[in-house]
Design a protein around this ligand. Structure first.
Ligand code: FAD
Length: 439
């Protein structure tokens, strides 16, 4: 399989440890077995490559999330051959119920040839484990309980040739080498940071919190989004959600964007409690019915970390800041970027000469840009606009009284169109193509 062998590991974190025998070798090392890493590993293994998937935790493990999937996420799961039947614990939904400006509206997912007409809900504890096992079935070697501590660099070129890692319960660091390394280690992506790739402060970031409540609403067949999040008399750019888990509980949470003045000094727990205090008592969103702590995390949006390829390291999912700025959806983009990345690597490693391999790898940021660049550029403008006081209120008030406009908004916000679909599809696609899109 290997055309050119990886350069020997020379340094550990650049600290001059000298050559050491690697604890593991592979064509590709993927760091992190979330949706991005497991999908990448699945497609790489399917192509016959030797893949080492290193994950610091052990499955099943918790991941702070809304647990909701739009039809985009469903499509990515179907492509991997995952059984998404209701008997297997997957909860289907028909669309999005939007509540705002004193009105409620049910918007079914659009009928498209490119995407299924339903979404799903599944706790990340099961979801991530299912994907990781699927990658294993395809042949990826998953090592759980292994924390990657840094890159191994080639002294001469500065290129990443592997990683250092600490298996659970051991004090010593081990070296794993490969021809290519993928950072799929999530929002904080320590590996990217160690390679000098930081978050961009000119790109959007969200913060969201969530918890679970016992509630009679647990088997809702719509995802529900609340646009009315108030900070005194100011409508905040973000939304609250209630997603039925089908097991007697609902995932309830809210997220805000960094384009509002309130970002950074909002007490998210207090905001969640205040929002829920206004809900009908029979829904049961009370402290006694809360089954989990309130937990939060950041959502890196709109290509919040670039470049996506740098000196042998490729970034997938949250590590590359790929959350949709319009709606905070990240799972589908993590999986899609994993697939694009795996296909790029497969082609790159089949090239005979290193220069050719390099040329193919350099095509990954371009492929990502073709897939999302224009759309994310509009998303960045959108999040700036709704961060302005008054504009969010205007959009909610006027949108909520116009069902056709809201159906269009759903297509735009969830990025669900056909390439040659109806007039609204063509409008969304056209805007994405025309949007100025600086890298
Ligand atoms: C509150 C909240 C609600 C959300 N709701 C939704 C939603 O409803 N739908 C949706 O689509 N998206 C949602 N998102 C976004 C979504 O959770 C992320 O976009 C998605 O998890 C990204 O997947 P990923 O694989 O890139 O990263 P992650 O899921 O973060 O996976 C990264 C993996 O890397 C591992 N890792 C990290 N560091 C190391 C290391 N050093 N060594 C080894 N392993 C390591 C981690 O343990 C983890 O398993 C939400 C986010 C938040 C915060």
């Amino acid at each position: 399989m290997t055309e050119h062998t990886p350069p020997a590991a020379r340094t550990s974190n650049g600290q001059g440890a000298g050559p050491r025998r690697p604890a593991g070798e592979a064509d590709v090392i993927v760091v992190g077995a979330g949706p991005a890493g497991s999908t990448t590993a699945y497609y790489l293994a399917q192509s016959g490559l030797d893949v080492l998937l290193l994950e610091k935790s052990r499955f099943p493990r918790e991941k702070v999330c809304g647990d909701g999937l739009t039809p985009r996420g469903v499509k990515a799961l179907v492509a991997m051959g995952i059984n998404i039947s209701e008997q297997d614990g997957w909860i289907r939904n028909k669309g999005l119920r939007v509540i705002g400006a004193g009105l409620r509206m049910e918007l079914p997912w659009p009928e498209l040839s490119s995407y299924p007409g339903y979404g799903l809900v599944r706790a990340r504890t099961d979801f991530d484990q299912t994907l990781a096992r699927r990658a294993q079935q395809a042949g990826a070697r998953l090592h759980e309980g292994v924390t990657v501590t840094g890159p191994v660099l080639d002294d001469r070129t500065g290129r990443i040739t592997g990683v250092t890692a600490r298996p659970e319960g051991t004090a010593d660091e081990r070296i794993y080498t490969s021809r290519i390394v993928v950072a799929a280690d999530g929002n904080s992506s320590r590996l990217s940071v160690a390679m000098g790739l930081r978050k961009r402060d000119d790109r959007p970031l969200g913060v969201a919190v969530r918890t679970y409540y016992k509630t009679p609403r647990h088997d809702d067949d719509y995802l529900e989004g609340w646009l009315d999040l108030w900070d005194s008399d100011r409508l905040l750019p973000g939304y609250g959600w209630i997603f039925g888990m089908g097991d007697g509980t609902s995932n309830v949470g809210l997220g805000l964007l960094n384009t509002s003045a309130a970002f950074g000094h909002t007490d998210y727990h207090a905001l969640l409690r205040k929002w829920l205090a206004g809900m009908p008592a029979e829904w049961g969103f009370t402290e006694e019915n809360r089954t989990q702590p309130i937990r939060g995390a950041a959502l890196p949006m709109g290509f919040n970390r670039t470049p996506h390829y740098y000196r042998g390291l490729l970034l997938a999912g949250d590590a590359g800041g790929m959350v949709n700025p319009f709606n905070g959806e990240g799972i589908a983009y993590a999986m899609e970027s994993g697939e694009i990345l795996a296909r790029t690597i497969t082609q790159a490693l089949a090239r005979a000469r290193r220069a050719e391999t390099e040329r193919v790898l350099a095509g990954y940021p371009r492929a990502l840009n073709d897939a999302y660049g224009g759309y994310y550029a509009i998303g960045r403008t959108f999040v700036k606009a709704i961060g302005r006081p008054g504009l969010m209120r205007f959009a909610t008030k006027h949108g909520m009284s116009r069902p056709a406009l809201m159906a269009f908004a759903l297509k735009l916000l969830a990025n669900l169109t056909d390439p040659r679909g109806d007039a609204s599809d063509r409008l969304v696609n056209g805007l994405s193509k025309l949007a100025p899109n600086p890298r």
